[in-house]
Write a protein that binds this ligand. Structure first.
Ligand code: ADP
Length: 659
């Protein structure tokens, strides 16, 4: 016991050391794998961005063609991609209008008359008066272009309100086709006019005209030198595209074209807005040199993170600037790191971002930091590795020991059980061998005894010693009896070997078991009667079974002969064959010596004989019941045995009945 405890203690010490060493190695591997995973995923994002930007470069130059272009390639983690060629923005191309941006429109105030009319317009009861005044004003040649424009707009509003759409359209066309008048309208007002125009066309169900109108406004927008107001432009096109896409009779190709157009145009507008709000950062980034070998540079102003990539492999001097989508970029990288960390569960670590919030892992309460490294990423994430808790190391080593002992115990149990089963197998084999040997010796003895008698009587007669006729008759009778005993014995052995070789030699036929059993009974009846036994029989006719006649004959013979052999006079033997439901039943009941219950399962084994006095004094091979069992099995029949020592036995075999 003491030795065992000492060994356990030594083992635990050893395990502690091994776990600590293992842990140190794990820590190094974890750090390396995290770094690799991060770098790999980042390069993947760069690669995807490059591919997407190449695609941008190949986009059609005119926006109207965008309707035919394949959809844009999105990159998970990147919000917007900008493409420059020799310092000039190539995509989004509408952004170039930004550079030409000037505020050339003066905000001309409405005249007092216009203001009064506008106010009166809000009141429904004065519609007629307002209309009259506006029509009067429209004829006034002295009205300034600005006032004219405002007045026509008022007339449009009135016509729209009265649902006089064709009049409203006529007036709108006047406003739109005279650049002189239009110039006095604010850009957002221009978009409102566009929207009104489009809306009236839709209301009049002139869908084709509405589509054409939307496209002509788009064309006009592209030809303008500057972008005046992104929100109102976006609002007009978003509303128009959505309306067009909801037209029921829109053809499939057109629907796809408008769908693409909307996507591409919206993207252009959003990217342009990004550019507009961060012009300085973009200019800085564009003109910074990418110092790293990969040609990648990160730039950030605290809010916006940009990646700059230059393309030496393309013609010209291409530069791609991508705006990082903070949350998506971070999630994409953290997901990859999570996969790695999963494999190193027992190493305590944490990854924190620039704001010290934990992205992955956790900061333990007490353990001290072993090392801290900053990943070489734009995010300046930090990896901290911590000392493993001593308690935890002990726990793990105990766990390992437990596993080891468990394994040992299991192996021991396996060995013990294995040996037990092997031993049992050997004992059984040994018993079988002994039985066979016993069988051989008893068989040779059985064969020899009648042979000796036959030889003796035959010799006596051959030498002429027996002269009297009665004696000659007696001896030849004895020779005959012994010869038939010999014949029976050989028959049993042959029968048994026949069973051993399976049912191949069987001849299956439908037969009446009563006839078969009766034949057996008639053959052995004399022996029983001679011994002083009384027989009672019942052979019901037509008890049909499927089987092999010879096999069934030896089954019946063995059971009846056993009953005679193991019953002392005076005794009774009852033999019955009858139908019972779907079974054909054969019973042999005797009032003989009986079989102890402990022996009942053995007697059907090959060569088995009960070791009592009665059996010893009775001739037999131990094969009879083995043959019975085999015949029953091959005929799918069941055997039941009820027996009590000193009272007698009842062997009953139940076959499947056939009609
Ligand atoms: P054996 O040639 O010895 O009769 P069996 O296989 O026919 O061989 O029987 C096995 C043993 O079962 C016998 O040795 C005997 O002890 C016992 N036995 C069989 N039938 C009876 C019975 N009717 N009454 C008592 N014992 C029986």
């Amino acid at each position: 016991m003491a030795i065992l405890s000492y060994l356990s203690f030594r083992n635990i010490q050893n395990e502690n050391y091994l776990i600590q060493k293992n842990f140190d190695e794990n820590r190094v591997s974890l750090q390396k794998e995290l770094e690799d995973a991060l770098e790999k995923e980042q390069s993947k994002i760069f690669q995807e961005t490059k591919t997407a930007s190449l695609f941008l470069y190949e986009l059609p130059k005119s926006l109207l063609e965008y309707g035919n272009a394949a959809s844009f390639k999105d990159v998970n983690g990147i919000e917007a991609i900008f493409l420059y060629n020799n310092g000039t923005l190539v995509y989004p191309d509408i952004s170039s209008k930004l550079l030409a941006h000037t505020d050339q429109f003066s905000n001309s105030k409405p005249s007092p008359a216009e203001s009064a009319l506008y106010l009166a317009e809000q009141d429904d009861s004065h519609t007629q008066e307002v209309l009259f005044s506006r029509e009067m004003l429209a004829r006034n040649p002295l009205l300034s272009p600005n006032e004219q424009a405002q007045n026509i707009l008022g007339l449009v509003r009135l016509a729209y309100r009265n649902k006089d759409y064709s009049e409203a359209l006529r007036l709108l066309r006047i406003l739109e086709t005279r650049p002189k008048l239009q110039g006095y309208l604010h850009s957002d007002l221009t978009r409102s006019i566009n929207l009104l125009h489009f809306d009236i066309l839709v209301k009049m169900k002139k869908h084709q005209e509405a589509e054409d109108y939307c496209l002509s406004v788009l064309n006009q927008f592209l030809q303008e030198k500057t972008i005046e107001d992104i929100p109102s432009t976006r609002f007009f096109f978003e509303t128009a595209f959505t309306q067009i896409l909801s037209f029921e009779n829109l053809k499939q190709e057109k629907r796809e074209a408008f769908w693409n157009l909307r996507g591409n145009f919206n993207r252009q507008l959003s990217y342009t807005e990004i550019l507009m709000h961060n012009q300085e950062l973009f200019q800085n980034t564009l003109h910074s040199e990418s110092s790293t070998k990969t040609g990648i540079l990160f730039k950030s102003d605290g809010n916006v993170d940009l990646i700059r990539m230059s393309y030496p492999m393309l013609s010209g001097n291409q530069v791609v600037i991508a705006k990082i989508d903070g949350a998506a970029y971070r999630n994409r990288l953290v997901d990859k790191l999570k996969d790695v960390a999963q494999r190193w569960k027992n190493v305590p670590f944490s990854i924190t971002d620039a704001n010290d919030s934990v992205l992955l892992g956790s900061i333990p309460d007490s353990a001290s930091i072993i090392s801290q490294t900053t990943f070489s990423t734009a995010q300046s994430w930090q990896l901290s590795l911590y000392e493993k808790d001593v308690g935890e190391i002990r726990k793990e080593s105990r766990h390992r020991m437990f596993l080891m002992y468990g394994l040992l115990f299991f192996s021991l149990i396996t060995v013990i059980f294995g040996s037990f089963f092997m031993l049992r197998f050997f004992i059984q084999e040994h018993k079988l061998l002994a039985m066979k040997a016993n069988f051989l010796s008893s068989v040779s003895h059985e064969l020899k005894t009648p042979l000796t008698s036959i030889k003796m009587f035959a010799e006596m007669m051959a030498r002429g010693r027996v002269m009297k006729v009665e004696k000659v008759q007696e001896y030849s009778g004895l020779i005959n009896k012994e010869a038939s005993r010999l014949e029976n014995l050989i028959g049993a052995i042959l029968n048994y070997t026949r069973m051993e070789h399976g049912t191949g030699a069987f001849k299956w036929e439908k037969l009446d078991f009563s006839v078969c059993a009766k034949k057996v009974f008639e053959a052995v009846e004399d022996i029983g009667v001679e011994k002083g036994l009384a027989f009672k029989t019942h052979f019901e006719p037509n008890v049909y079974v499927m089987g092999d006649y010879t096999a069934l004959y030896s089954l019946a013979q063995n059971l009846i002969e056993n009953a005679i052999k193991y019953t002392n006079a005076p005794g009774d033997i009852e033999i019955k064959v009858y139908n019972e439901d779907d079974r054909a039943v054969f019973s042999v009941i005797d009032t003989g010596v009986g079989i102890p219950s402990s022996e009942q399962k053995n007697i059907f084994n090959d060569f088995y004989r009960v070791g009592d006095e009665m059996t010893r004094s009775t001739k037999g091979s131990g094969l009879g019941l083995a043959i019975v069992k085999r015949v029953a099995e091959t005929h799918k029949a069941t055997i039941s045995l009820v027996s009590k020592p000193g009272k007698g036995s009842n062997f009953t075999v139940r076959f499947r009945k056939v009609d």
